[in-house]
Design a protein around this ligand. Sequence first.
Ligand SMILES: Cc1cc2nc3c(=O)[nH]c(=O)nc-3n(C[C@H](O)[C@H](O)[C@H](O)COP(=O)(O)OP(=O)(O)OC[C@H]3O[C@@H](n4cnc5c(N)ncnc54)[C@H](O)[C@@H]3O)c2cc1C
Length: 435
Amino acid sequence: MPPARVDVLILGGGLAGLRAALSCLKAAPGLRVAVVSLASIPSGSSFANRNDALGVHVCLNDSEREQYVREVQSLNRGQAFLDPRLLAIQAEEGEARLADLIELGLPFERDERGGLVPRSSCFSPDSRRAYVFKGLERAWGCFRSRLEALGCLFVPGFQPIAIRGGTDPGALLLPLGGGAAIPVRAGAVVVALGGPARLFRHTMAGPGVPGYGHGLLASAGADMANCGYLQFMWGTVPGKRFFQPGDWSGADPALAAPRRGHCPFGYRLEDSAVDLALAAMMEPDGTVPLEEGRVAPMAHASNGGAVIDEWAQTSVPGLLACGECATGMHGANRIGGGMVLATQVFGHRAGVRAVELAHGEDCGRGPAWEAPVIDRRERIEGLRWLAKGLSRFAVLGGRPGHQEFLRELRARLETARDWRLRLSLRTGEMVLDRL
Ligand SMILES: Cc1cc2nc3c(=O)[nH]c(=O)nc-3n(C[C@H](O)[C@H](O)[C@H](O)COP(=O)(O)OP(=O)(O)OC[C@H]3O[C@@H](n4cnc5c(N)ncnc54)[C@H](O)[C@@H]3O)c2cc1C
């Protein structure tokens, strides 16, 4: 059962939430820090890679940092919101966060001399700045055991249905097993609930992320940006095996080679013509029938979210965001390993700032929370409709018909009652609206 008040409330137990919790407790041992997630086992995209490995993009000297900043800016092509301060911090602080991960015991790939093995990355095939750790459950265990030793409180099996900042930050948590929603007050709330990819019918995101975190943040008044810039990877249907569009027999040979330099679709990159040619053959179920088998663009990690400052603060005082819930450090096309980097750099900064906020004055209770409306039938039908429509219209920068779908979504949002459907529709609206 969650306590009625904690110093820092962290929503989400992926790499961003765990990192934020660790930085809180390192900065202020004894602080009451609670981490809320759906499951008591590893959850989220952070621990879902089928290869059981993740890469983190880290610059180790000034020349790498300059190169990284230049590449991110040039890949963005001026299209998505990119905050130069956040980009510079990410380039600067990756090394320290990598050292933290090593100290924590994460199993990084090593050569025969014990040195870290630098690898190339998606969208940056010529660089060697990505470091891979293998064994995701073990990585989760490293965080978990250190956090337990520091007295972190884990609250699995609860879902936030409303959040707020301001003078009385906190969240309303609904137990998964049924029962009344429980309000939890806090000095600061860190939102690390992952991205919206699970709202799509075809997705490669991890389990335990219903995908409405962006809607929750927007409903709390946070400024949002870049929500249309999700990554899409092509995968087989069924099976979700990775399919490289550059290997498609119909691919333009001049574009096939550069397309093989990255897994996700690239917004405004010349080689995206390969993906768009595939998408032109898409059927209403969001799949493309090929000789190689049926494939679909599958929603992956998001580059959008709440706009944050250098300390992961959203536009709402007392409400912080990190990981896939936050934006401004990547641009439209994220270099491989950049997301794990962001979870660590801005998860850390969120934790440090949350400690400062938690030590502030308790301003007293805000208004009572509204009781949630639950309508399972409406929810099931509505979420199915949304999933189907997103995978048909909201992929690869938007498909023909997406404006009509957005209009219908808005009409549904006006009448929807169920709390989860409303937050999911709100999230879907932001994805479509920003295409
Ligand atoms: C297959 C795959 C491979 C990837 N490989 C890489 C890579 O090599 N390098 C890289 O940089 N990035 C990679 N990414 C992206 C990266 O792993 C994720 O974007 C990142 O780990 C997200 O971390 P997060 O903490 O923000 O969210 P998540 O890891 O998704 O965690 C979200 C947390 O919030 C909880 N949560 C969500 N909603 C609710 C709710 N309603 N109620 C309660 N709890 C909730 C979840 O249970 C979970 O604990 C990959 C992603 C995938 C899917």
